[in-house]
Design a protein around this ligand. Structure first.
Ligand SMILES: Nc1ncnc2c1ncn2[C@@H]1O[C@H](COP(=O)(O)OP(=O)(O)OP(=O)(O)O)[C@@H](O)[C@H]1O
Ligand SMILES: [Mg+2]
Length: 295
C-alpha cells in the first residue's frame, strides 16, 4: 500500500497550534482515614505539540487524566505547573478560539435545543437569520431537525450529546476539544458522525483534540494518537497514523488491524505484554505508523 502521509497531515506539520509545556495537575484530596489532605498528582510533566489543522486523538485507561487534560486545554480548570499556549499565547481561561464537547454533555437546561446550538453565535452577535440557517444545518447533520424546540430534559442521553456536538460545530472555533463525544451513541450514528466530523475537519482545517476509549475510533480519525499512561497521567507514546485519507472502508483492512493491535499493546500496563505479544504482520506495521516513545 501507499504509506506516504496524506496532504492534510503534511499541511499540519507546518505550524504548532497548541504547545503543552511541563503541565502538572495536582488535586488536594481528603485522606481516607482521619483528617488532613493529600496531594494527588493527576498529570505530571506532560509535553505535547498539536499542529495547526491536525486531528489528534488521546487514548488511555480510565482515570489516567484525559478529561483533565482536555479541561486544561479548554481553560476550564487551572493547572498546577507548566503552561499551555495557543498560537503562542498562554491560555488563562476559556476563550472564543476553542470550542468543546465535554464528556458529560453540558447543555443549558433552560434553553431549547435550537437556542443551545445558537448559544455561541448569539454571543458572537451573529444576526438571527444567519443563526437560524447555521443551527438548522447542524441540527440536520446530527439528525435532530424535528427536536429544535424541545428542551434538554426531553431528550435521551445520545440526543443531548448530539446537541452538544452541533453546538460546538455551529460555534466554528479554530480548535475543537472533544471528550468522548460519540461514546453514548449507537454504532451506526457513531460511524456517521465520525465521517461527518472528518469531512468538516477536512473542509475547515480545524485543529481537533479528541479523547476516546475506543481504539478503532482513535485510529480511524487520527493523524496522530497520543497514548497516555496512568499514575501519574502522562503521555507515553505518540503514534503517527499513516493510513491514507479518505478512510471510509479502511476499518476492515489488514493495515488498520495492525495499527489497532499496536495501539492496544501500547495501552497494556506490563512491559512483558508490550514486548512479547507479537503483532500479526509486525514487520509491516512500521509501514503504516511511526511511533515515538516520550519517556
Ligand atoms: N475535582 C477532582 N478532585 C480530585 N480528583 C479528581 C478531580 N477530577 C478528577 N480527579 C481524578 O483525576 C484522575 C483523572 O481523572 P480524569 O477524569 O481526567 O480521567 P479520564 O482519563 O478522563 O478517565 P475516563 O476515561 O474514565 O473518563 C482520576 O483519578 C480522578 O479521580
Ligand atoms: Mg474522561
Amino acid at each position: 500500500m501507499d504509506s506516504t502521509t496524506d496532504s492534510a497531515t503534511n499541511a499540519a506539520r507546518q505550524t504548532t497550534k497548541i504547545e503543552v509545556r511541563d503541565i502538572q495537575k495536582i488535586y488536594r484530596v481528603k485522606k481516607e482515614n482521619g483528617g488532613g489532605y493529600d496531594d494527588f498528582v493527576v498529570l505530571k510533566d506532560v509535553n505535547l505539540d498539536v499542529y495547526a489543522g491536525e486531528f489528534l486523538t488521546l487514548v488511555g485507561p480510565s482515570g489516567c487524566g484525559k478529561s483533565t487534560m482536555l479541561d486544561l486545554l479548554a481553560g476550564l480548570i487551572p493547572n498546577s505547573g507548566g503552561e499551555i499556549r495557543i498560537d503562542g499565547r498562554v491560555i488563562t481561561g476559556p476563550a472564543m478560539d476553542r470550542g468543546f464537547v465535554m464528556q458529560a454533555y453540558a447543555l443549558f437546561p433552560w434553553l431549547t435545543v435550537q437556542a443551545n446550538v445558537e448559544f455561541g453565535l448569539t454571543i458572537k452577535k451573529v444576526p438571527k437569520t444567519e443563526r437560524r440557517a447555521i443551527s438548522g444545518h447542524y441540527l440536520e447533520l446530527v439528525g435532530l431537525t424535528n427536536f429544535a424546540n424541545r428542551y434538554p430534559h426531553e431528550l435521551s442521553g445520545g440526543m443531548k450529546q448530539r446537541v452538544a456536538i452541533a453546538r460546538a460545530l455551529a460555534f466554528d472555533p479554530e480548535v475543537l476539544l472533544m471528550d468522548e463525544p460519540f461514546a453514548a451513541l449507537d454504532a451506526q450514528t457513531r460511524e456517521t458522525l465520525q465521517d461527518e466530523l472528518l469531512e468538516l475537519w477536512e473542509k475547515t482545517g480545524k485543529t481537533i483534540v479528541f479523547v476516546t476509549h475506543a481504539i478503532d475510533e482513535a485510529v480511524y480519525l487520527a493523524d496522530r494518537i497520543a497514548v497516555m499512561g496512568t499514575n501519574p497521567g502522562r503521555i507515553t507514546e505518540l503514534v503517527n497514523i499513516k493510513l491514507n485519507r479518505p478512510r471510509q472502508g479502511s476499518r476492515g483492512s489488514a493495515e488498520f488491524g495492525w495499527i489497532r493491535h499496536k495501539i492496544w499493546q501500547y495501552l497494556q500496563p506490563e512491559e512483558a505484554v508490550k514486548e512479547n505479544f507479537p503483532v500479526v504482520g509486525a514487520a509491516d506495521v512500521a509501514e503504516v505508523i511511526d511511533s515515538q516513545a516520550t519517556l
